[in-house]
Design a protein around this ligand. Structure first.
Ligand SMILES: [Zn+2]
Length: 77
C-alpha cells in the first residue's frame, strides 16, 4: 500500500475509486468533520484534519455510492 488521496481529479477516476471503496469498505472510514472517505490507516483527515471518524462499513458504502452518483448522473434511472 502507498499513500494516495482517496479522491482523484477526473470524474472517471472518482467513479473507479468509489467502486473500489464499495468492494473493500473495511479499508476506509468516513470523516465526521467533512464526510470525506479516508483510508482506515489515516490518523487524521487529509481534507480537514479532523480525527473523528465513522468506521462502519455500511456508512462507508453509503457514502461511496453517494459520491459516485454525484459524479455519474447516468446511474440515476
Ligand atoms: Zn475531514
Amino acid at each position: 500500500m502507498h499513500p494516495m488521496p482517496t479522491y482523484a481529479d477526473s470524474s472517471e477516476d472518482r467513479a473507479k475509486s468509489a467502486a473500489k471503496i464499495i468492494k473493500s469498505p473495511a479499508n476506509y472510514k468516513i470523516c465526521q468533520g467533512c464526510d470525506s472517505i479516508v483510508l482506515m490507516k489515516a490518523h487524521t483527515c487529509p481534507n480537514c484534519a479532523s480525527y473523528r471518524f465513522e468506521d462502519s462499513m455500511a456508512a462507508v458504502i453509503r457514502q461511496a455510492r453517494r459520491e459516485r452518483r454525484s459524479v455519474v448522473p447516468a446511474d440515476l434511472k
